[in-house]
Design a protein. Structure first.
Length: 303
């Protein structure tokens, strides 16, 4: 075969090879494009599905959180009501504890037969109670404070009735499964609104004697006056006993703190105190006094 023929054959073979290569690249490119488009479609669908699932989970989580907040709010309301009821019962329980501490149990008749008991509360034995009904330390203290025996018994009866109402309501709510609900808190609040403190029942003067009869603290003593404080500027001294802040009689430290937070800050308020047996009046600015205070006991006749 001559040289010209050989060259022709080589050129034909080379053209076939180049054409085949170009055809393979075009087909592979189209396949890759199709695969890319399919991948992007699947990815977009997956993203949309994931976004929908995430939104659904967020809605469920939000609903659960809202429900938990409602339950917590109801629990807080119920706890506030329980604390107020416990504070109201504290007076009676403290009196009973004082009566039991350091002494053996005795009957009402034995207590009334003692000369000191008869001198302190001569009318308690005549209290109108049924044969099996005992006279509580609260009733003794009320009579010692100058309240007649029938009124003392009626005060006790009303307080016991409200306490029983609370017990029955709590029992019903526990059995029926609605204890920690707004409805329970509302019903407890209705009962609590009917409660009147002993102080409101008998007035400040008699309440002072009542606390003294129970041997409870009835005064607020100043332990320390801070330097450069409003109390120091007003002349308040350690050892002073606070009787009144403005128009409010003071029987315990919490009442004094609450009184200082009322009204307009900085306005002058008259403070009545006892200093070394003498009753004095000084003016202080309404607001924090800058003193260390503590509960103490005093003679009701001092006020």
């Amino acid at each position: 075969m001559n040289k010209t023929a050989i060259n022709g054959v080589l050129l034909i073979a080379l053209g076939i090879a180049v054409g085949g290569a170009l055809g393979w690249r075009g087909a592979h490119g189209r396949d890759a494009s199709v695969d890319d488009d399919a991948g992007r479609s699947v990815s977009a669908a997956t993203q949309r599905s994931g976004a929908g699932a995430t939104a659904s989970r967020d809605d469920q989580r939000s609903a659960r959180l809202e429900r938990q907040l409602e339950i917590l709010a109801a629990k807080l309301d119920a706890e506030a009501e329980r604390r107020r009821r416990l504070e109201a019962r504290l007076e009676v329980l403290d009196g009973q504890l004082t009566a039991l501490r350091g002494s053996a149990p005795e009957t009402v008749e034995e207590a009334a037969a003692k000369p000191e008991a008869a001198a302190a509360a001569p009318s308690v034995a005549a209290a109108p109670a049924s044969g099996e009904e005992s006279v509580t330390s609260m009733e003794h203290a009320l009579v010692a404070a100058g309240i007649d025996a029938p009124t003392a018994t009626e005060i006790r009866r009303r307080r016991d009735a409200l306490t029983l109402s609370e017990i029955y309501l709590r029992d019903q709510a526990t059995r029926e499964g609605w204890l920690d609900t707004p409805d329970f808190a509302a019903k407890m609040a209705e009962i609590d609104q009917q409660r009147t403190s002993i102080r409101d029942e008998i007035g400040d003067d008699a309440y002072d004697r009542y606390l003294a009869a129970l041997e409870h603290p009835n005064r607020v003593a100043v332990n320390e006056v801070m330097l450069d404080s409003p109390a120091a500027a007003a002349g308040l001294q350690a050892g002073d006993v606070v009787l009144r802040y403005g128009d409010t009689r003071i029987f315990d430290p919490g009442e004094l703190v609450t009184a200082t937070r009322g009204g307009t800050a900085g306005e002058p308020v008259q403070l009545e105190i006892i200093r070394q047996g003498q009753r004095l009046e000084i003016n202080v600015p309404r607001g924090p006094l800058g003193v260390s205070i503590a509960a103490s006991r005093g003679n009701p006749g001092e006020s």
